[in-house]
Design a protein around this ligand. Structure first.
Ligand code: PRP
Ligand code: URA
Length: 209
């Protein structure tokens, strides 16, 4: 069974507080999401494989470690996932960026795919799907389906805030997926919004309504 990792680092929690605050404006919201994405990228890459190489320091020869060149791809779920991409690329600059366009139908709350673009060598890559919100789980499940259908074997899901309902739904459909979150909130309300949450992530990031 996939695991759920909550990144409860004080810096992440501090920034998340201001992301949640309704008085935080678009510019600051966007900057904070970017910063939290960088901090989460640091945590999620903890298990990246390394290999030994021999180098000369000014003092002596030594054997030390470098990343062993694992191929990665970040997959933002459009549109709100875009807010997390640059922050992650600061730490993983060589990662490819795939895109999945999904929106939640406001009536049915079901995701509708309107765009998908992936790298060619999909089977060899590790994919990290990013989206600020995991609410009912419909969008995440659809994004994972979409990647698996095209041959992806190694997929992680990362978000800022998750509802317990969303975590459960992912593991019901895709039991092996590890989920990385900054906060596990209380519940969903009747409109499918996370409580306490942060409101509509896409609208707050892009200043729309
Ligand atoms: C939001 C959010 C997730 C989805 C989560 O996107 O960014 O993609 O809802 O909800 P779910 O877990 O119930 O599927 P939205 O549909 O509002 O689209 P947007 O990013 O274009 O604003
Ligand atoms: N999508 C959002 O942007 N916010 C929520 O609380 C739930 C889904």
């Amino acid at each position: 069974m996939g695991k759920v990792y909550v990144f409860d680092h004080p810096l992440i929690q501090h920034k998340l507080t201001y992301i949640r605050d309704k008085n935080t404006g678009t510019k600051e919201f966007r900057e904070l999401v970017d910063e939290v994405a960088t901090l989460m990228a640091f945590e999620i890459t903890r298990d990246m494989p390394t290999e030994d190489i021999e180098i000369d320091t000014p003092v002596t020869k030594t054997t030390t470690q470098v990343l062993s060149g694992k191929k990665m791809a970040i997959v933002p779920i459009l549109r709100a996932g875009l807010g997390m991409v640059d922050g992650m690329l600061k730490l993983i600059p060589a990662a490819k960026v795939a895109h999945i366009g999904l929106y939640r139908d406001p009536e049915t709350l079901k995701p509708v795919e309107y765009y998908a673009k992936f790298p060619a060598d999909i089977e060899e890559r590790e994919f990290i799907i990013v989206d600020p919100m995991l609410a009912t789980g419909g969008s995440a499940i659809e994004a994972i389906d979409s990647l698996k259908k095209r041959g992806a074997k190694n997929i992680k899901f990362m978000c800022l805030i998750a509802a317990p309902e969303g975590v459960e739904a992912i593991h019901e459909h895709h039991p092996e997926i590890d989920i990385y979150i900054a906060a596990l909130d209380e519940k969903l309300n009747d409109h499918g919004y996370i409580v306490p949450g942060l409101g509509d992530a896409g609208d707050r990031l892009f200043g729309t309504k």
